[in-house]
Design a protein. Structure first.
Length: 115
């Protein structure tokens, strides 16, 4: 799982969601896992690519899904940092606290991306 998440940022969210239910998966979880495997089969030639450049600029993006976890109502955040057109750091995780507003969830997402 570590190698999968560290080499395929495009499935980081899906792997995290499936991991939450691995101890007691239902039929919908098996269907979702098969869908991820079909996606991986179709994109096995995709890879992280880094180009040579004299202009080194790190660009970061963050986003959140306010109260996105239906079980706990916690927000789900994600971020990615890009250098020379290739992702160098990324994460998708459920926030540790329940945000009371979208602004609070956005601040927590920005904080998580910077630590």
């Amino acid at each position: 799982m570590y190698a999968l998440i560290c080499t395929r940022p495009d499935i980081n969210f899906a792997a995290g969601m499936l991991g939450r239910y691995q101890s007691n998966p239902g039929m919908e979880h098996w269907k979702a896992a098969k869908k991820v495997l079909r996606y991986l089969q179709g994109t096995k030639c995709h890879m992280l690519t880094y180009r040579r450049s004299n202009h080194l600029e790190v660009i970061g993006y963050s986003d959140f899904d306010f109260a996105g976890c239906v079980d706990s109502r916690k927000s789900i955040i994600g971020y990615v940092f890009i250098l020379v057109e290739g992702a160098i750091s990324w994460k998708s995780v459920k926030q540790t606290v329940v945000a009371s507003s979208t602004m609070e969830a956005e601040f927590v997402a920005c904080f998580e991306a910077t630590i």
